[in-house]
Design a protein around this ligand. Structure first.
Ligand code: SAM
Length: 282
Protein backbone atom coordinates (compact mmCIF):
# COMPACT_ATOMS: atom_id res chain seq x y z
CA UNK A 1 0.00 0.00 0.00
CA UNK A 2 1.24 3.49 -0.81
CA UNK A 3 -0.24 6.60 0.86
CA UNK A 4 -2.65 6.63 3.78
CA UNK A 5 -4.94 3.64 4.29
CA UNK A 6 -8.57 3.90 3.28
CA UNK A 7 -11.52 2.25 4.92
CA UNK A 8 -14.48 0.21 3.78
CA UNK A 9 -17.82 -0.41 5.37
CA UNK A 10 -20.28 -2.71 3.62
CA UNK A 11 -23.89 -2.19 4.73
CA UNK A 12 -27.25 -3.66 3.79
CA UNK A 13 -30.43 -1.70 3.10
CA UNK A 14 -32.76 -4.61 3.90
CA UNK A 15 -35.62 -5.68 1.67
CA UNK A 16 -38.42 -3.22 2.36
CA UNK A 17 -37.72 0.18 0.77
CA UNK A 18 -35.91 2.45 3.28
CA UNK A 19 -37.86 0.98 6.24
CA UNK A 20 -35.30 -1.76 6.95
CA UNK A 21 -32.21 0.48 7.08
CA UNK A 22 -30.58 0.42 10.54
CA UNK A 23 -29.33 3.57 12.28
CA UNK A 24 -25.77 2.22 11.97
CA UNK A 25 -26.11 1.76 8.21
CA UNK A 26 -27.62 5.22 7.82
CA UNK A 27 -24.69 6.79 9.65
CA UNK A 28 -22.22 4.97 7.37
CA UNK A 29 -24.13 6.10 4.26
CA UNK A 30 -24.01 9.72 5.42
CA UNK A 31 -20.36 9.78 6.47
CA UNK A 32 -18.83 8.11 3.39
CA UNK A 33 -16.42 10.02 1.13
CA UNK A 34 -17.59 7.69 -1.61
CA UNK A 35 -20.86 5.78 -1.57
CA UNK A 36 -21.48 2.91 -3.97
CA UNK A 37 -24.88 1.23 -4.00
CA UNK A 38 -26.80 -1.65 -5.49
CA UNK A 39 -30.49 -1.63 -4.63
CA UNK A 40 -33.45 -2.79 -6.72
CA UNK A 41 -36.10 -0.27 -5.76
CA UNK A 42 -36.27 3.37 -6.90
CA UNK A 43 -37.43 4.65 -3.50
CA UNK A 44 -34.28 3.44 -1.71
CA UNK A 45 -32.11 4.68 -4.58
CA UNK A 46 -33.62 8.17 -4.35
CA UNK A 47 -33.27 8.15 -0.56
CA UNK A 48 -29.59 7.13 -0.74
CA UNK A 49 -28.90 9.86 -3.29
CA UNK A 50 -30.56 12.42 -1.03
CA UNK A 51 -28.37 11.36 1.94
CA UNK A 52 -24.99 11.66 0.26
CA UNK A 53 -24.31 13.41 -3.06
CA UNK A 54 -21.02 11.54 -3.60
CA UNK A 55 -22.74 8.34 -4.64
CA UNK A 56 -22.72 6.03 -7.63
CA UNK A 57 -24.84 3.01 -8.57
CA UNK A 58 -23.07 -0.29 -9.32
CA UNK A 59 -25.97 -1.23 -11.61
CA UNK A 60 -24.05 -0.20 -14.76
CA UNK A 61 -21.70 -3.18 -14.24
CA UNK A 62 -24.57 -5.53 -15.12
CA UNK A 63 -24.43 -6.04 -18.89
CA UNK A 64 -26.66 -8.41 -20.87
CA UNK A 65 -25.07 -11.88 -21.24
CA UNK A 66 -22.07 -10.95 -19.08
CA UNK A 67 -21.09 -13.81 -16.77
CA UNK A 68 -22.19 -13.06 -13.20
CA UNK A 69 -18.77 -14.00 -11.81
CA UNK A 70 -17.21 -11.29 -14.00
CA UNK A 71 -19.80 -8.76 -12.84
CA UNK A 72 -18.97 -9.53 -9.20
CA UNK A 73 -15.24 -9.23 -9.93
CA UNK A 74 -15.81 -5.82 -11.51
CA UNK A 75 -17.89 -4.73 -8.51
CA UNK A 76 -15.18 -5.76 -6.08
CA UNK A 77 -12.57 -3.83 -8.06
CA UNK A 78 -14.81 -0.72 -8.25
CA UNK A 79 -15.45 -0.79 -4.49
CA UNK A 80 -11.71 -1.10 -3.79
CA UNK A 81 -10.72 1.82 -6.08
CA UNK A 82 -11.69 4.48 -3.53
CA UNK A 83 -10.36 2.47 -0.57
CA UNK A 84 -6.96 2.25 -2.29
CA UNK A 85 -7.06 6.02 -2.86
CA UNK A 86 -7.33 6.50 0.93
CA UNK A 87 -11.07 7.29 0.98
CA UNK A 88 -13.74 6.26 3.45
CA UNK A 89 -15.87 4.07 1.20
CA UNK A 90 -19.34 2.72 1.93
CA UNK A 91 -20.85 -0.01 -0.25
CA UNK A 92 -24.62 -0.38 0.26
CA UNK A 93 -26.29 -3.53 -1.03
CA UNK A 94 -29.93 -4.55 -0.69
CA UNK A 95 -30.90 -7.20 1.84
CA UNK A 96 -28.09 -8.44 4.09
CA UNK A 97 -24.81 -7.45 2.39
CA UNK A 98 -23.14 -10.74 3.34
CA UNK A 99 -25.89 -13.05 2.10
CA UNK A 100 -25.34 -14.17 -1.51
CA UNK A 101 -23.19 -11.10 -2.19
CA UNK A 102 -19.78 -12.25 -3.32
CA UNK A 103 -18.45 -8.73 -3.92
CA UNK A 104 -19.20 -7.63 -0.34
CA UNK A 105 -17.16 -10.40 1.30
CA UNK A 106 -14.40 -10.29 -1.31
CA UNK A 107 -13.90 -6.51 -1.14
CA UNK A 108 -13.56 -6.75 2.66
CA UNK A 109 -11.12 -9.65 2.43
CA UNK A 110 -8.87 -7.90 -0.11
CA UNK A 111 -9.06 -4.52 1.67
CA UNK A 112 -7.83 -6.14 4.90
CA UNK A 113 -5.03 -8.00 3.12
CA UNK A 114 -3.93 -4.66 1.64
CA UNK A 115 -3.85 -3.02 5.10
CA UNK A 116 -7.13 -1.04 5.05
CA UNK A 117 -9.81 -1.10 7.73
CA UNK A 118 -12.87 -2.98 6.55
CA UNK A 119 -16.05 -4.29 8.13
CA UNK A 120 -19.60 -5.35 7.36
CA UNK A 121 -22.78 -4.37 9.16
CA UNK A 122 -25.55 -6.98 9.29
CA UNK A 123 -28.99 -6.22 7.85
CA UNK A 124 -32.39 -7.78 7.14
CA UNK A 125 -32.23 -10.46 4.45
CA UNK A 126 -35.06 -11.94 2.40
CA UNK A 127 -34.74 -15.06 4.57
CA UNK A 128 -35.52 -12.91 7.63
CA UNK A 129 -38.61 -11.60 5.82
CA UNK A 130 -39.61 -15.19 4.96
CA UNK A 131 -39.42 -16.20 8.63
CA UNK A 132 -41.72 -13.28 9.49
CA UNK A 133 -44.19 -13.54 6.58
CA UNK A 134 -44.55 -17.33 6.44
CA UNK A 135 -44.39 -17.83 10.22
CA UNK A 136 -41.35 -20.11 10.10
CA UNK A 137 -39.25 -20.39 13.27
CA UNK A 138 -35.86 -22.03 12.59
CA UNK A 139 -35.64 -22.76 16.31
CA UNK A 140 -38.30 -25.46 16.09
CA UNK A 141 -36.92 -27.93 13.54
CA UNK A 142 -33.80 -26.17 12.23
CA UNK A 143 -33.47 -24.85 8.69
CA UNK A 144 -31.75 -25.92 5.49
CA UNK A 145 -30.89 -23.10 3.14
CA UNK A 146 -29.24 -23.51 -0.28
CA UNK A 147 -28.70 -21.64 -3.50
CA UNK A 148 -30.93 -23.59 -5.93
CA UNK A 149 -28.37 -24.27 -8.69
CA UNK A 150 -25.70 -25.27 -6.18
CA UNK A 151 -28.25 -27.51 -4.43
CA UNK A 152 -28.90 -29.38 -7.70
CA UNK A 153 -25.33 -29.44 -9.03
CA UNK A 154 -23.93 -30.92 -5.84
CA UNK A 155 -26.84 -33.21 -5.06
CA UNK A 156 -27.02 -31.79 -1.54
CA UNK A 157 -28.49 -34.19 0.99
CA UNK A 158 -31.80 -33.01 2.40
CA UNK A 159 -33.57 -33.92 5.58
CA UNK A 160 -37.34 -33.87 4.91
CA UNK A 161 -38.05 -33.26 8.60
CA UNK A 162 -36.35 -29.84 8.39
CA UNK A 163 -37.70 -26.71 6.60
CA UNK A 164 -35.92 -26.14 3.27
CA UNK A 165 -35.26 -22.73 1.72
CA UNK A 166 -34.00 -22.54 -1.87
CA UNK A 167 -32.65 -19.21 -3.13
CA UNK A 168 -32.45 -18.00 -6.73
CA UNK A 169 -35.05 -20.46 -8.06
CA UNK A 170 -35.76 -17.91 -10.81
CA UNK A 171 -32.30 -18.37 -12.38
CA UNK A 172 -31.49 -22.07 -11.99
CA UNK A 173 -28.52 -23.06 -14.15
CA UNK A 174 -28.08 -19.52 -15.46
CA UNK A 175 -24.66 -18.00 -14.93
CA UNK A 176 -24.92 -14.88 -17.04
CA UNK A 177 -26.96 -11.78 -16.48
CA UNK A 178 -29.84 -12.39 -18.86
CA UNK A 179 -33.61 -12.33 -18.98
CA UNK A 180 -34.41 -15.63 -17.26
CA UNK A 181 -34.11 -19.37 -17.18
CA UNK A 182 -36.99 -20.87 -19.18
CA UNK A 183 -38.63 -23.87 -17.49
CA UNK A 184 -35.70 -26.37 -17.64
CA UNK A 185 -34.24 -25.46 -14.24
CA UNK A 186 -37.58 -25.70 -12.45
CA UNK A 187 -38.33 -28.96 -14.25
CA UNK A 188 -35.13 -30.53 -12.87
CA UNK A 189 -35.81 -29.08 -9.42
CA UNK A 190 -39.37 -30.48 -9.44
CA UNK A 191 -38.02 -33.94 -10.27
CA UNK A 192 -35.33 -33.92 -7.58
CA UNK A 193 -37.65 -32.60 -4.86
CA UNK A 194 -40.48 -34.98 -5.87
CA UNK A 195 -38.14 -37.95 -5.31
CA UNK A 196 -37.70 -36.82 -1.70
CA UNK A 197 -41.06 -35.34 -0.75
CA UNK A 198 -43.51 -36.80 -3.27
CA UNK A 199 -44.91 -34.71 -6.14
CA UNK A 200 -48.02 -33.70 -4.14
CA UNK A 201 -46.11 -32.09 -1.27
CA UNK A 202 -46.98 -28.39 -1.04
CA UNK A 203 -44.32 -25.68 -1.25
CA UNK A 204 -44.48 -21.88 -1.41
CA UNK A 205 -42.99 -19.51 -3.98
CA UNK A 206 -42.18 -16.49 -1.85
CA UNK A 207 -41.38 -12.87 -2.65
CA UNK A 208 -41.14 -10.37 0.19
CA UNK A 209 -42.80 -7.06 -0.51
CA UNK A 210 -40.51 -4.12 -1.23
CA UNK A 211 -43.16 -1.76 0.10
CA UNK A 212 -44.58 -1.93 3.62
CA UNK A 213 -48.10 -1.30 2.31
CA UNK A 214 -48.08 -4.29 -0.10
CA UNK A 215 -48.60 -7.97 0.67
CA UNK A 216 -45.78 -10.46 -0.03
CA UNK A 217 -46.19 -13.10 -2.72
CA UNK A 218 -46.80 -16.52 -1.12
CA UNK A 219 -48.07 -18.87 -3.84
CA UNK A 220 -48.72 -22.44 -2.69
CA UNK A 221 -48.25 -25.23 -5.19
CA UNK A 222 -47.50 -28.94 -5.43
CA UNK A 223 -43.80 -29.61 -5.94
CA UNK A 224 -44.62 -31.65 -9.04
CA UNK A 225 -46.13 -28.51 -10.64
CA UNK A 226 -43.05 -26.34 -10.10
CA UNK A 227 -42.06 -26.25 -13.78
CA UNK A 228 -45.25 -24.36 -14.64
CA UNK A 229 -44.83 -21.59 -12.08
CA UNK A 230 -43.68 -18.12 -13.03
CA UNK A 231 -40.66 -16.91 -11.06
CA UNK A 232 -38.58 -13.75 -10.96
CA UNK A 233 -35.09 -12.80 -9.80
CA UNK A 234 -36.66 -12.18 -6.36
CA UNK A 235 -38.28 -15.62 -5.96
CA UNK A 236 -37.35 -17.93 -3.09
CA UNK A 237 -38.85 -21.39 -2.63
CA UNK A 238 -39.94 -22.56 0.81
CA UNK A 239 -40.53 -26.30 1.31
CA UNK A 240 -42.09 -27.21 4.68
CA UNK A 241 -41.10 -30.51 6.33
CA UNK A 242 -43.04 -33.56 5.18
CA UNK A 243 -42.57 -35.55 8.40
CA UNK A 244 -41.24 -34.99 11.94
CA UNK A 245 -37.78 -36.19 13.04
CA UNK A 246 -37.49 -39.35 15.15
CA UNK A 247 -36.62 -39.00 18.83
CA UNK A 248 -33.38 -40.61 19.99
CA UNK A 249 -34.56 -42.47 23.10
CA UNK A 250 -31.01 -43.30 24.26
CA UNK A 251 -30.07 -39.60 24.27
CA UNK A 252 -33.36 -38.65 25.97
CA UNK A 253 -32.55 -41.12 28.76
CA UNK A 254 -28.97 -39.90 29.12
CA UNK A 255 -30.15 -36.27 29.35
CA UNK A 256 -32.93 -37.19 31.78
CA UNK A 257 -35.62 -35.73 29.50
CA UNK A 258 -39.19 -36.89 30.10
CA UNK A 259 -41.11 -36.47 26.80
CA UNK A 260 -44.51 -37.04 28.43
CA UNK A 261 -43.86 -34.24 30.92
CA UNK A 262 -42.70 -31.96 28.09
CA UNK A 263 -45.92 -32.65 26.16
CA UNK A 264 -48.01 -31.95 29.29
CA UNK A 265 -46.28 -28.57 29.80
CA UNK A 266 -46.71 -27.64 26.14
CA UNK A 267 -50.43 -28.41 26.32
CA UNK A 268 -50.69 -26.31 29.50
CA UNK A 269 -48.78 -23.44 27.82
CA UNK A 270 -51.21 -23.59 24.88
CA UNK A 271 -54.17 -23.40 27.33
CA UNK A 272 -52.58 -20.42 29.06
CA UNK A 273 -51.97 -18.68 25.72
CA UNK A 274 -55.65 -19.11 24.80
CA UNK A 275 -57.01 -18.06 28.19
CA UNK A 276 -58.27 -14.55 28.99
CA UNK A 277 -56.78 -14.62 32.48
CA UNK A 278 -53.04 -14.94 33.21
CA UNK A 279 -53.54 -13.96 36.86
CA UNK A 280 -51.92 -17.01 38.49
CA UNK A 281 -48.81 -16.75 36.22
CA UNK A 282 -48.05 -13.11 36.94
C1 SAM B 1 -28.28 -12.36 -5.03
S1 SAM B 1 -29.38 -12.94 -3.82
C2 SAM B 1 -29.42 -11.52 -2.78
C3 SAM B 1 -29.92 -11.82 -1.39
C4 SAM B 1 -29.95 -10.58 -0.49
N1 SAM B 1 -28.62 -10.10 -0.23
C5 SAM B 1 -30.65 -10.85 0.83
O1 SAM B 1 -30.04 -10.57 1.87
O2 SAM B 1 -31.80 -11.31 0.84
C6 SAM B 1 -30.89 -12.90 -4.69
C7 SAM B 1 -31.87 -13.92 -4.17
O3 SAM B 1 -32.35 -13.50 -2.89
C8 SAM B 1 -33.71 -13.83 -2.76
N2 SAM B 1 -34.50 -12.60 -2.72
C9 SAM B 1 -34.12 -11.36 -3.09
N3 SAM B 1 -35.14 -10.49 -2.93
C10 SAM B 1 -36.18 -11.21 -2.45
C11 SAM B 1 -37.51 -10.89 -2.07
N4 SAM B 1 -38.00 -9.66 -2.19
N5 SAM B 1 -38.29 -11.90 -1.62
C12 SAM B 1 -37.84 -13.15 -1.50
N6 SAM B 1 -36.60 -13.51 -1.84
C13 SAM B 1 -35.77 -12.55 -2.31
C14 SAM B 1 -34.10 -14.63 -4.00
O4 SAM B 1 -33.87 -16.02 -3.74
C15 SAM B 1 -33.12 -14.08 -5.01
O5 SAM B 1 -32.93 -14.94 -6.11
Amino acid sequence: MTGRPGSLIVVGTGIEAVGHVTLGARGALERADELLYLVPDPLTRAWIESLNPVCESLESLYRPNRDRALIYGAMTARILQGVRAGKRVCAAIYGHPGVFVHAGHEAIRIARVEGHRARMLPAISSEDCLFADLGVDPGLAGCQSYEATNFLMRRRKIDVSVPLILWQVGVIGVFDHSAGQGSKGLEVLAEVLSEQYGAEHQAIVYEASLLGICEPRADRLAIGDLAAVSTSSASTLYVPPSSPAEWDSAVLTRLGIDLAEGARLEAKAADVARSQDIGELR
